[in-house]
Design a protein around this ligand. Structure first.
Ligand SMILES: *[C@@H]1O[C@H](CO)[C@@H](O)[C@H](O)[C@H]1NC(C)=O
Ligand SMILES: *[C@@H]1O[C@H](CO)[C@@H](O)[C@H](O)[C@H]1NC(C)=O
Length: 367
């Protein structure tokens, strides 16, 4: 009896439990579908497969919902900005930093760490033996200038011991290379885009009569894109950029010991520097390609701020260390000059040939 009377009660109880379970399951399913429907309705979540996306959508939330939503669901694989720099199209344009500077930043505190943001860059290609001359040169440039030393003799730490300013300048050490080699590798236009003017100076220049700030004023005043301080002390205080003197002035540029480039001119000149023609010979005659015509108004010598060429052969100390013999540098210079001219000629011919091809193909379609 007991068993009999107990059994219907038991079965009823289990029936009740079954109902509860069913109700719970139904409720859960309904809830899930309602949620899915809700998110669909909100419109910005693309729910392709249910369970996975349900989890994601709950985690991510939605911009349009009333709940304060932290993030909009974003499919970063869909980003493609064709106007971005080549290779960076997958990034939203706002995060792209395609240009840089050579400002030294501190590693602590706030990001407002720069007291000065110089707009001019000065580089010297140096060997330790010329340190006293470089010391005199560096002192001519105020903190309105970022200073970079390219060391061709591998001696850099000694400078720090000797000169206070050495701790605040940038030292780049690569042995036995030329000014143009360093410039091509380390002064990429986007890297130095911050600077209005770039000085690329040799180590053997006397600067007693040179004032950097005044020089900048003159260059700006006369709109010079490529310039150099005067080298002839006889011509102090005269401004000599005239059409008639163009050949004389340009001829002075043969050695290009102390060129100063505007940002735009440098962007062009950098592209013209050949990777293998390290002496840069012939470059001086091609510089005019990098400025608007008439070139004589954009390229000039600033004679009011003049320097002295001390006639110490550049990289001279290296040659001595190699046993007093010149390693045929002169021959190499002339060979490079000839090669550079040939490349320019050929490139020019190709360009005009391609124009002709284009023109003639147009005319054939017209007929
Ligand atoms: C640095 O540049 C500023 C702004 O052009 C100028 O006022 C200041 O005189 C310059 N500093 C020196 C030492 O010439
Ligand atoms: C030749 O065609 C190109 C484009 O197809 C056009 O840009 C150019 O101006 C044309 N040249 C002439 C001379 O019609």
């Amino acid at each position: 009896m007991g068993i009999l009377s107990r059994s219907p009660t038991y079965s009823r109880r289990s029936e009740d439990n079954g109902m509860k379970l069913l109700a719970t399951a139904l409720f859960s399913v309904t809830l899930a579908f309602s949620l899915v429907y809700l998110f669909h309705l909100c419109g910005s979540l693309r729910l392709a497969s249910l369970p996975q996306n349900l989890l994601r959508s709950i985690a991510i939330s939605n911009r349009h919902s009333d709940i304060a939503a932290p993030v909009h669901a974003i499919d970063i694989s869909k980003i493609w900005v064709p106007s971005n720099p080549k290779g960076a199209e997958r990034l939203p344009a706002g995060i792209i930093a395609s240009e840089s500077d050579l400002y030294l930043r501190r590693l602590w505190g706030t990001l407002k760490d720069l007291k000065k943001k110089p707009r001019y860059l000065v580089t010297f290609t140096v060997g330790y033996k010329q340190r006293h001359n470089i010391d005199a040169c560096v002192k001519k440039f105020s903190d309105n200038f970022t200073i970079v030393l390219f060391h061709y003799d591998g001696r850099t730490s000694e400078w720090d011991d000797e000169f206070e300013w050495s701790n605040n300048v940038i030292h780049i050490s690569v042995q036995k290379q030329t000014k143009w080699w360093y410039a091509k590798r380390f002064l990429y236009p986007d890297i130095v885009a911050r600077y209005d003017y770039i000085f690329m100076w040799d180590e053997d220049l006397g600067v007693d009569h040179f004032d950097a700030e005044e020089y900048i004023n003159m260059v700006k005043k006369h709109g010079l894109e490529i310039s150099q301080p005067g080298l002839d002390p006889e011509k102090v205080c005269t401004w000599q950029i005239t059409k008639k003197r163009e050949h004389v002035e340009v001829h002075k540029f043969v050695e290009i010991m102390a060129p100063v480039f505007s940002r735009d001119a440098w962007r062009c000149v950098w592209h013209m520097i050949q990777n293998d023609l390290v002496h840069g010979w012939g470059l001086d005659f091609a510089l005019r390609r990098c400025v608007e015509e008439p070139a004589y108004e954009k390229i000039g010598i600033v004679d009011t701020q003049w320097i002295v060429h001390q006639l110490i052969p550049s990289l001279g100390s290296q040659e001595k260390e190699e046993g007093g013999k010149s390693p045929g540098q002169g021959d190499r210079c002339y060979m490079e000059w000839a090669m550079f001219e040939r490349r320019v000629d050929e490139a020019e011919k190709e360009y005009f040939k391609s124009l002709q091809v284009q023109t003639s193909s147009n005319s054939t379609t017209l007929h």
